[in-house]
Design a protein around this ligand. Structure first.
Ligand SMILES: O=C(O)c1ccccc1NCC(=O)[C@H](O)[C@H](O)COP(=O)(O)O
Length: 218
């Protein structure tokens, strides 16, 4: 049997979001540490949510160009399974963070054209996973979580030596097509399962995960 697509629901802010993620059968949940974001959590709030996450769902902390002081505080307080680096962290910084914290690191890279796809190679040798996301629009105030997609054909035949996850503008309506076009085995969503910025919708989370389970011809 083909293994189920592994789904990450990012930007949880409330205990009911954790419950919805668990009930829907997602594999990862993400907590955002970025003050400008409507999904931003304090370290204490993230800890309170993280301890509610059932065993078997990986807890991911999303940070943007975080320094060691912030990472020390997050990793020292919140039980975590992975760090997601969503800023302009260099490959050297990715290696440094991996070594310092002993947690798997997923590096997000924004894609808008073929040149961006090539840049992924630099991270696929140093990160444990790569997150292939849409590049934020010029007008965006956030480096991710903008609900915009990129042209999935750019990566339709691409494979990397580490596991990778597709992100950017995925929704319950388009995720099956995105999987069929790219061959992704893992997908990540935030805005596409929200009733309003920072407010997840349990039915949309269920619909999203269910849509990844429907086989589609490539
Ligand atoms: O969600 C945020 O607010 C955020 C802030 C700063 C950096 C990244 C952020 N989000 C990234 C994600 O939630 C996902 O990993 C991914 O980019 C999907 O986002 P979306 O297009 O909203 O589904």
């Amino acid at each position: 049997m083909t293994p189920a697509i592994r789904v990450k629901i990012c930007g949880l802010t409330r205990p009911e979001d954790v419950a919805a993620v668990a009930e829907a059968g997602a594999a990862y949940c993400g907590f955002v540490f970025f003050p400008r974001s409507p999904r931003n959590l304090s370290v204490a709030a993230a800890r309170d949510l993280a301890v509610e996450v059932p065993v078997g769902i990986a807890k991911v902390a999303l940070v943007v160009n975080a320094d060691d002081a912030l990472l020390d505080e997050i990793t020292g307080t919140v039980p975590l399974d992975m760090l997601q680096l969503h800023g302009a962290e260099s490959p050297e910084r990715v290696s440094e963070i991996r070594a310092r914290y002993g947690l798997p690191v997923m590096k997000a890279v924004g894609v808008a054209d073929a040149e961006d796809v090539a840049a992924l190679d630099d991270y696929a040798t140093v990160a444990d996973q790569i997150l292939v996301d849409a590049k934020p629009p010029k007008s965006a105030t956030l480096p991710g979580g903008n609900g915009v997609s990129f042209d999935w054909r750019l990566i339709s035949n691409r494979r990397w030596p580490v596991p990778w996850m597709l992100a950017g503008g995925l929704t319950p309506e388009n995720v099956a097509e995105a999987i069929a076009l790219t061959g992704a085995k893992q997908v990540d969503v935030s805005s596409g399962v929200e009733a309003a910025p920072g407010i997840k919708d349990a039915q949309m989370i269920r619909d999203f995960v269910a849509a990844t389970r429907v086989p589609m011809m490539r």
